[in-house]
Design a protein around this ligand. Structure first.
Ligand SMILES: *Cc1c(COP(=O)(O)O)cnc(C)c1O
Length: 463
């Protein structure tokens, strides 16, 4: 395209004001404000100018422009957050927001969001209170800890614990436990950012009591144990169990901190799963402080909980970082409501979705899969082969590493389209349906799907 031609078609583009006089855009302006429509028009015109200058085609006709502006406007005003149906087989999937809240927690969030609450106030006296108090009461009751406090997530819990108890001093960790959790939580880096010095002991596969003993000097502040929550060291291995580490700590006058990660509050009756260590077990094995997430096996909102000895928790609470890392009222309300459900162990598994999904009977999953398969066959037509097959779920969120939970999945196979295309088609639905591709097949794992119609494509599905 020569420059004269480019200039001519550039001149043919309407101005923003001209475009805004189009009836469709006038109507849009009455519901979305003239400023928003003008911004959309400007951005469409700019994109067209850019394309023309870059030597693209002559661009769309004048009549097509209002529709382009409306599309642009739609992008700006429609919510970016959409519901995603989790059919991945990973119960606690970090990328889609881990635990689904129990109904009671949802109601607590609505209450806290829609009005003021007694966040930091004693409702009997009107005097100022602590925002973590109610959660602390429940955590101590459920775990046997002397005290507890709450921050934004477990990474923050580890950071503030180390900074409070070991700043400028050494933290002893086994080389087999220098973990990295997805989303850039790397223990050596957190230890560094806490202002502490990492003292590695042992080897990747074997660490012994004497390794810890030999590493302790007058610079040592604490012994640290990390739950290797997303991998397993297998083969010729040795690690020092928490009880033994705690007795070394007691003998040498050093606190023992365990980063438990998943934070299970009760052992789950899940077949084929060695049970995750519970917070209560860690504390009774002698951990001085245990840190864990609110949105992993606990099944509540994103939060980091620090539980353990009163003197240590009090010091952590007084750290100025606590103010920077404190949890907000929505989180605390949801966490309190979730923890309260654990008071009744008979109904907790039923009422907390994460636990319900993990303990769901295979027969029930299969029933849902069969219903979903029938609905999908009808909805997708003869070009697709739909079946039900055995599948493997995992807890996810760094819980129960290496443990496979038998499940059932619906497979959806197209005659010619590959599985990646089918995956993207389901993802483009609203709600979005997230399955996975395994062995060149698109699978919808039904462990976390209670309603079979949830996996039937609706909305703007790009077939
Ligand atoms: C998940 C996990 C973390 C990070 O917790 P977040 O709540 O995601 O910040 C830290 N340590 C361990 C052992 C974990 O499993």
């Amino acid at each position: 395209m020569d420059n004269d031609f480019k200039n001519r078609i550039l001149r043919e583009l309407p101005s923003v004001d001209e475009l805004l006089r189009e009836p469709a855009l006038k109507e849009a302006a009455s519901s979305h404000s003239t400023a928003l429509v003008a911004e959309a028009a400007r951005s469409v015109l700019e994109a067209l100018r850019g394309a023309i200058l870059a030597g693209g085609k002559a661009g769309p006709s004048r009549e097509a422009l209002p529709a382009l502006v409306l599309d642009e406007l739609e992008k700006a005003v429609s919510p970016g957050v959409v519901r995603v149906i989790n059919a991945t087989g990973t119960v606690l999937h970090t990328n889609i927001g881990r635990a689904i809240l129990p109904q009671e927690a949802i109601e607590a969030v609505i209450l806290a969001a829609s009005g003021n609450i007694n966040l930091e106030m004693d409702i009997c006296t009107g005097e100022r209170g602590q925002r973590d108090e109610r959660v602390e009461g429940l955590v101590t009751r459920l775990t046997g800890a002397e005290a507890a406090c709450v921050v934004n997530n477990n990474a923050a819990a580890v950071l503030i614990t180390l900074n409070t108890l070991a700043e400028g001093r050494e933290v002893v960790v086994s080389r087999g436990e220098l973990i990295e959790i997805g989303g850039s939580f790397r223990l050596p880096e957190i230890i560094g950012k806490s202002g502490c010095v990492l003292k590695e002991v042992g080897t990747t596969n074997r660490t012994h009591e004497r390794d810890y003993e030999d590493a302790i000097t007058e610079d040592t502040a604490l012994l640290f144990k990390a739950h290797t929550s997303n991998y397993k060291v297998v083969g010729f291995t040795a690690s020092v169990e928490l009880k033994k580490l705690a007795s070394i700590g007691a003998r040498r006058g050093l606190p023992v901190v365990e980063d438990l990660g998943s934070g299970s509050l009760m052992s789950l009756p899940v077949e084929g799963l060695a049970s995750e260590p519970t917070v209560a077990q860690s504390l009774s094995s002698g951990a001085s402080i245990v840190t864990f997430s609110g949105d992993k096996l606990l099944g509540g909102p994103q939060a980091g909980i620090i539980a353990g000895r009163r003197g240590l928790v009090d010091r952590i609470r007084k750290n100025p970082l606590k103010r920077a890392l404190r949890a907000d009222k929505l989180t605390l309300s949801a966490l309190e409501a979730t923890l309260r459900l654990y008071l009744n162990k008979d109904t907790a598994t039923e009422k907390i979705p994460a636990l319900r999904f993990l303990t769901r009977p295979l027969k029930e999953i299969e029933d849902t899969a069969l219903k979903a398969a029938a609905l999908l066959r009808e909805a997708l037509g003869p070009e697709y082969a739909v079946g039900v097959e055995d599948a493997e779920s995992v807890a996810g969120g760094g819980s129960m590493p290496g443990h496979i939970i038998p499940s059932k999945a619906v497979s959806v196979v197209h005659g010619s389209k590959g599985p990646e295309k089918v995956f993207r088609m389901f993802l483009s639905c609203r709600p979005s349906i997230l399955g996975r591709v395994k062995n060149e097949r698109f699978l919808l794992d039904m462990r976390t799907v209670l309603d079979p119609t949830d996996v039937v494509p609706h909305g703007a599905c790009a077939h």
